[in-house]
Ligand binder design. Structure first.
Ligand code: MLT
Length: 238
């Protein structure tokens, strides 16, 4: 099975997704928030590209969430902090989410046969489901403002690590960027929170007083389910 790793949304083109399973990563914070909302009992998360699209998609009872410049959007119910999406806030509700990079990356991947959302919180479950789907895989690091974000690369390396472990070390091929991200993960796997705190996205969040979000997103394999794109909605699959 071939696992290609794309370093940012900028590099994604439709041809890369055909007949493949796409795994979209935005560790800080969109895919961590999506996994948290669904595991807290939200009925689905609908990724919207723009604020206007999000508002247009809203039906009675739906929650609006997301950020621009890392801050909650005016008039929305929630921002992009995963801790906001606890069970008492989202249980049984549809969440319409728009973020600067993460939800855009999901939209870019919709030509894939299957689309999954990965974060450090659910990386092992995501690797397992991707293998079960039996397609070549393209891992898309959402990045930030069209540039590579190291925390997404770390998660790509973690996914590859789990795929190899689950496959008994055999049958997984990757490209040069994938090899580099696996080495990054092998080197930093015991200092993940430190890496996130020192990343460009982490520093931006620290400046805004969102340290607790970085700590939250640095947890590994606390969620055993995977956000899976079904039509225009992400729903849970285990
Ligand atoms: C994004 O989608 O750009 C991010 O999740 C930004 C953020 O940290 O809220």
């Amino acid at each position: 099975m071939m696992v290609q790793v794309i370093s940012s949304v900028n590099e994604a083109c439709v041809a890369k997704f055909h007949h493949r399973t796409a795994i979209v990563i935005d560790v800080l914070r969109a895919t961590s928030t999506i996994a948290t909302a669904l595991s807290s009992g939200a009925s689905s998360v609908i990724p919207a590209e723009t604020v206007m699209d999000a508002k247009a998609l809203q039906r009675p009872g739906d929650l609006l969430g997301g950020e621009r410049f890392c801050r909650k959007i005016s008039g929305f119910d929630y921002g992009n902090s995963p801790a906001e999406y606890a069970a008492d806030a989202v249980k049984g509700r549809r969440v319409i989410l728009t973020t600067t990079n993460g939800t855009r990356a999901i939209h870019k991947s919709t030509r894939a046969e299957h689309v999954l959302a990965a974060s450090l919180l659910n990386a092992e479950a995501c690797a397992k489901l991707a293998l079960e789907l039996r397609r070549d895989i393209v891992i898309m690091c959402a990045g930030s403002h069209d540039e590579f974000a190291i925390e997404d690369g770390l998660c790509a390396g973690m996914l590859l690590h789990h795929m190899r472990c689950l496959n008994g070390g055999a049958g997984i091929e990757t490209d040069d960027f994938g090899v580099a991200m696996e080495s990054l993960y092998a080197e930093r796997r015991h200092r993940i929170e430190e890496l996130l705190m020192n990343s460009a996205s982490g520093k931006r969040l620290l400046k805004l007083g969102q340290k607790q979000d970085i700590e939250f997103c640095a947890r590994t394999n606390t969620i055993r389910e995977v956000p899976y794109l079904s039509g225009d909605q992400l729903v849970l699959r285990s």
